[in-house]
Design a protein around this ligand. Structure first.
Ligand code: BT5
Length: 328
């Protein structure tokens, strides 16, 4: 069920957030806007229902003691410095897959930048029918509706741009050495901390919309990963040794993504390429790429205008637009 916090409760919350050490009396709260003391009482209860810890003091006064450990639309949009991304937010406690819902919303004309986010995914999707583990409260599982005016062949560039926004956001927030692993991963010391899934609705020469799915492992402990993933996957908490604020990271990512995406729409990858290559985990390394039933070996050289990987092989330079990469 889509959730929105009623307006009065949102206003009360804003005031309580200003100073979390003090109690605000009902009288004081009701002078900020035209609401009866009973309305304030109701708003406090509403906030409690959403997981905010509201303490009641003497003479019907209220203090915000703690925030809920879930991502709520009004918290996401507060001080979010974007023009388009995240202007419409659909936040859920649990969904099968944020990509799936975003796809439906896009078909119903959801605007560019619409954000779908869920605390938990019961059937998170990876590429090519694979799954994506998305346990509750420890990650960022989100999708954005995009409507880029580019031909479908250039769509992989969006995946690489997202990798740049992911790696930069993680670096900025944690100082960890997060890198872009072409085509759709963000890795730390070779372990996957985030993945990107692009789903397209397009005609031959024109994209109708792109659903950009992003999963970031934030606060999982090692036990959250099955044995098969322990060597391949990691979370920011596991790398940093402490929890990371999911809300802060989400906003940073949305802001960084918007910057990178608008630069891409204006000038393609021309100027972004240097940053992308600078943060690549593959560049200059000997790699093996599997795509379809083929395998190619060589040195990762560069990315091209469409986000394809340029590899120097014994047979000369080759470009591939998607595949699985391993270091040799
Ligand atoms: C991806 O696929 O990396 C794309 C992941 C996209 C997930 C987001 S979450 C929000 C949005 N809604 C969705 O339903 N999906 C998107 P791929 O490169 O195919 O990697 C999938 C493989 O990574 C799996 O087969 C596992 O081996 C591994 N894996 C699964 N869950 C993982 C996790 N949480 N962290 C790291 N690796 C994982």
């Amino acid at each position: 069920m889509k959730r929105t916090l009623p307006k009065v409760a949102q206003e009360v919350l804003k005031i309580l957030k200003k100073d979390r050490t003090r109690f605000y009396s009902t009288r004081e709260l009701s002078t900020y806007f035209d609401v009866s003391p009973y309305g304030i009482h109701q708003a406090a209860n509403e906030l409690r229902d959403w997981g905010y810890v509201i303490e009641e003091g003497k003479g019907k006064s209220y203090r915000l003691k703690d925030l809920p450990d879930v991502l709520l639309p009004h918290d996401i949009s507060e001080n979010l410095h974007t023009r388009v991304v995240g202007k419409e937010i659909h936040a859920y406690k649990a969904l099968k897959s944020t990509n799936e819902l975003a796809y439906r919303l896009a078909r119903e004309d959801a605007p560019e930048g619409t954000l779908v986010i869920s605390d938990h995914q019961t059937k998170g999707k990876g590429r090519m029918g694979r799954g994506w583990l998305s346990p509750p409260k420890v990650g960022l599982w989100l999708s954005l509706v995009l409507r880029p005016p580019i031909p479908p062949a250039r769509a992989p560039a969006i995946s690489v741009c997202t990798g740049l926004a992911l790696a930069s956001s993680v670096r900025e927030m944690t100082q960890l050495d997060a890198r872009i692993k072409w085509p759709n991963d963000c890795v730390i010391q070779g372990k996957k901390v985030a993945g990107v899934l692009l789903e397209l609705s397009a005609e031959l020469d024109k994209i109708d919309f792109v659903i950009l799915g992003v999963g970031i492992n934030v606060n999982q402990d090692k036990q959250a990963f099955p044995k098969s993933l322990v060597k391949k996957a990691t979370s920011l908490k596991m790398e940093l040794g402490e929890e990371v604020d999911r809300l802060k990271l989400l906003k940073l990512f949305l802001e960084n993504f918007e910057k990178v995406y608008s630069e891409f729409l204006q000038n393609g990858l021309e100027r972004l390429r240097r940053d992308i290559n600078g943060l690549s985990s593959l560049l200059g390394k000997e790699i093996k790429v599997r795509f379809g039933k083929k395998t190619l070996k060589g040195e990762a050289k560069d990315i091209n205008e469409d986000g394809g990987l340029i590899i120097r092989t014994k047979q000369g330079e080759k470009v591939i637009s998607a595949g699985e990469v391993a270091l040799l």
